[in-house]
Structure formats: C-alpha cells, structure tokens
Write a protein that binds this ligand. Structure first.
Ligand code: F3S
Length: 284
C-alpha cells in the first residue's frame, strides 16, 4: 500500500478551529438569528455551509448597529473594545471566539497604554486583528511593518513604548524591526506575541516534503500562507502540487509517485484534507 504522510499541523490552527466550532455549536443549539462579525474564516465553503444553516455575516459596524436581536459571534481575529460595547448596548448575545493568544495581546496593550506607554504594533495596519488590537489601546498607538517605518519612528526622549506583534507576523522580520528600535534607546517593553502555529505548520511541511516523492499542498488560491507552504515544499520536493479541492487532482496533470505527503493552509477544513487523502489512497 502507498505510504501517505498527512501533516498533523495541516489546516486550521487551534484558534480558528475553536471559532468555527463555536458557530456550529450555536447552530446546533437551534438558535435563530446567528451572525458572525466578519466571515468566520477565509474559506468560502465553510461560510456558504454556515449560510445555508442560517448564519449571516455582518460586514461592518453599521450592520451590527442595525440589528434588533440575535447572537453575534466574534471571530478569532478579535475586535476593538467598542464592538463589545455596541453588542451590549443593543442587548444582543455575544459569543466570543477571539483566539486566546489574540485576547492576551488586547490585555497587554490595554494595561501598558493605561500605564502611559505608547503602543507599537508590528503588523499589517489594515488586518482585522491589528484593527482589533488598536481598539484596546487607551492612548497613542502606531503600527509599523517595514524597516523604513521603524527607522522613521521619532519620539521625544522620555517616551515610553510597548512593542507587540500581530500573531501571524514573520518572526525574523519582527526581530529586525525590534533591533532598529533598540538603537533608539527608548524606555521600552518588547513582547513577542507571534503565534507559533504558522511556523510549526511550515516546519512540519518541510520535514514531510523532504521525505515525500509527491507532495500535495491544499489551500485557497489567494491564501498567502498556503502559497508560502507551497514554496517551502517545492524546494524540498520537485513533484509538489498546489490544489484547492480534490477535483484539481483529476483535472490537472498529476504524477503520483512513491510516498505522498499532504499539508494544507490555515483555512482548509479537515474534511477536505481527509477527502484528498482517501482519494489518493483509492485512485492512485
Ligand atoms: Fe491561530 Fe490563534 Fe495562532 S487564531 S494562528 S492559534 S493566534
């Protein structure tokens, strides 16, 4: 029988898995008027399946304010403090699926900004997680993501800083930006709040790709973390394929040889990974 290695870290990370489960829990409890604040995950199939079960996506704060009743699920990225306030004022039920690792950052920035520190978030300014973190700062906050932005930061002598990172930020780049800040000799607290889920998934993908003769990477076309996984695997295993669903295996040239490795990006549900695994076992 063909040897198939499926990455343990393939697909949903802990926080996303937990958030998706929480939405299904609400559905299974038979609740009506369930909403998620933004899509629960960047995966159309999951969002569509939830829609069929009556779960609707709120696209912005106004849509939340227009609600009269119902349950609002906050996704793993978290939200600014004021969103909780709106939910409470409106008398809506709140199901908080903010990833505990993100929640920890909220608590840090709230505490440190109350203590008078200027918060520096190393991350992507337009990412919802960063939007959420900003919304817990009680004072000034600056988001940086490039060397240039770090170089250009200029505060007065006595300024106190607290530096945190978006959970999915690249670790090496975070270190580099922190080094630039080190040179400036501000009074600062630096907290590396990067989550290890992405890195672990990448490490395991590399290990499996080294062993495999055929490597399959599953994930959305626009998913940047899946693209990264593909690059990593391709380096170790020339016979690597990037697919979105198992249909791609039948419609694209696919050379299934030797030991097959399978991994998947962060927004790929488990059932798709299992389907691909079964398909490979049965058909090739
Ligand atoms: Fe996932 Fe939470 Fe980390 S959502 S990537 S486990 S911060």
């Amino acid at each position: 029988e063909r040897k198939i290695l499926v990455a343990r870290t393939a697909g949903f990370c802990f926080g996303v898995k937990r958030a998706v489960e929480k939405v299904y829990e609400q559905v299974n409890m038979g609740k009506q008027n369930i909403y998620t604040y933004g899509p629960i995950i960047h995966n159309e199939e999951v969002v569509t399946d939830l829609e069929k079960k009556g779960v609707r996506v709120l696209e912005n704060e106004q849509e939340l304010k227009d609600l009269m009743e119902g349950t609002v699920v906050i996704r793993s990225h978290g939200v600014p403090k004021e969103i909780y306030e709106v939910i409470e004022e409106k008398g809506l039920e709140c199901v908080d699926a903010t990833c505990p690792f993100v929640r920890k950052i909220h608590k840090i920035v709230e505490r440190e900004s109350k203590a008078g520190r200027h918060i520096i978030i190393v991350g992507n300014d337009t990412h919802p997680e960063v939007e959420g973190i900003k919304g817990w700062c009680e004072g000034p906050v600056t988001v940086i993501s490039s060397h240039e932005e770090a170089e250009n930061l200029a505060f007065s002598e006595g300024e106190k800083l607290c530096v945190v990172s978006q959970t999915t930020f690249n670790y090496n780049k975070f270190q580099e930006l922190v080094e630039i800040l080190e040179k400036k000799r501000y009074d600062k607290v630096v907290l590396n709040t990067i989550c290890s889920a992405t890195e672990e998934r990448q490490l395991e993908a590399r290990q499996i790709a080294c062993e495999a003769d055929t490597m399959i990477v599953i994930g959305g076309r626009h998913s940047s973390n899946t693209q990264k996984l593909y690059e990593i695997c391709r380096k170790e295993c020339e016979n690597t394929y990037y697919i979105q669903t198992l249909v791609d295996l039948d419609t694209k040239p696919f050379q299934c040889i030797g030991c097959v490795g399978i991994t998947a990006g962060a927004s790929t549900p488990n059932n798709i990974i299992e389907e691909v695994q079964k398909h490979v076992r049965i058909k090739f």
